[in-house]
Design a protein around this ligand. Structure first.
Ligand SMILES: Nc1ncnc2c1ncn2[C@@H]1O[C@H](COP(=O)(O)OP(=O)(O)O)[C@@H](O)[C@H]1O
Ligand SMILES: [Mg+2]
Length: 317
């Protein structure tokens, strides 16, 4: 284990639920004979009950990583281990929520959620399926709208149905690819509140892509920072130093908020580009530096390349 200045590192972490080990994805160049290496040597873990966000510029490969986690795409190198086993393809244990809702347009909200439930529980009676689906529609505050079809629902409500459908399957892992980016700011805010409440209630393990820094700080326990591609990689892991019971209304008043926010912005504005293609920080890609931006504490990951700031002690299973 690398040395650490942090007490957190000495506490044993749970065995990770997801272990991403040496992932790479290459595509044939559109015109040339060569290959485009989108990302390379990507390692990270997600612990049970953890909410992990990934941030990086468009095109660095975030959706490709999420699709590989979902089993919808295969890596060129590396492996994804879930609960100790390499994944082979899609599974009801890994539910995906995309930017667009992907609901069946001819079915009611309830029927859309029931469809997921009955695919999971083939032996359940109709009323069992209905009760279970209703429980999750209530969780996302859609009680009373369950008999509406997607066209009769607002964009935010449709996305809520998608969330209910994914949660109702009771997956081990929820994978979200910019789920709120197509929504207006107010709707996005209320859905973020919903996800916060669900997170507190269910401790659903979640891996989420977002380009919204404030969203990441509100929702995530840890934030993975990805450099620009080609050959993108996880350059750093930011531990969220905000209190667990944070609320959207006042989170920005916490002393650690701006140190965290500035750190993420600095990464997106400058360091994601400077560190592209493997430049800079010659760290072990299995242990990207972990930083804990906080008030009164300089976060200098950028100025101490190669030095793991805290143990990423959840090493590969
Ligand atoms: N099926 C594919 N064939 C060729 N190139 C692809 C394919 N899928 C993704 N890419 C390329 O991989 C890169 C990363 O894409 P993506 O994962 O969607 O990035 P992000 O989600 O970070 O914006 C892009 O340059 C994209 O053009
Ligand atoms: Mg994407």
């Amino acid at each position: 284990m690398p040395n650490s200045e942090d007490t957190a590192a000495s506490e044993p972490r749970p065995r990770p639920l997801i272990s991403v080990e040496g992932l790479a994805r290459r595509f044939p160049e559109p015109r040339g004979k060569g290959e485009l290496t989108v990302f390379d040597n990507v390692w990270f873990t997600v612990d049970p009950g953890e909410f992990v966000c990934i941030i990086g510029h468009s095109g660095c490969g975030k959706s490709t990583i999420l699709n590989i986690l979902a089993g919808l795409d295969r890596p060129s190198d590396g492996v994804v281990i879930v609960s100790g086993e390499a994944i082979e393809g899609p599974s009801l244990d890994r539910a995906v929520i995309f930017q667009s809702h992907a609901l069946m347009p001819w079915m009611t909200a309830l029927a859309n959620v029931e469809l997921g439930v009955s695919s999971r529980h083939k032996d359940w009676s109709r009323s069992q399926v209905r009760d279970h689906a209703m429980k999750y529609l209530e969780l996302v505050e859609l009680k009373g709208s369950e008999l509406k079809k997607p066209a009769q629902l607002s964009g935010g409500m449709r996305q809520r149905v998608g969330i209910a459908r994914a949660l109702a399957i009771e997956p081990k892992i929820m994978l979200m690819d910019e789920p709120f980016s197509a929504l207006d700011a107010l709707t996005r805010g209320s859905l973020q509140d919903e996800v916060l409440a669900i997170r507190a209630k269910t401790h659903q393990t979640t891996f989420m892509i977002t380009h919204d820094i404030d969203e990441a700080l509100l929702l995530a326990d840890r934030i993975l920072l990805m450099t620009n591609g080609p050959k993108a990689r996880i350059a750093e892991i930011v531990d969220n130093t905000l209190p667990e019971n944070r609320k959207r209304a006042d989170v920005h008043r916490h002393a650690n908020y701006y140190p965290l926010r500035n750190h993420l912005i600095d990464f997106l504005v400058a360091r994601s580009r400077e560190l592209a293609g493997g430049a800079g920080g010659a760290f072990d890609p299995r242990h990207p530096p972990v930083v804990h931006p906080a008030a009164g504490k300089p976060t200098t990951a950028g100025s101490t390349p190669g030095k793991p700031i805290a143990a990423s002690s959840s090493s590969a299973a």
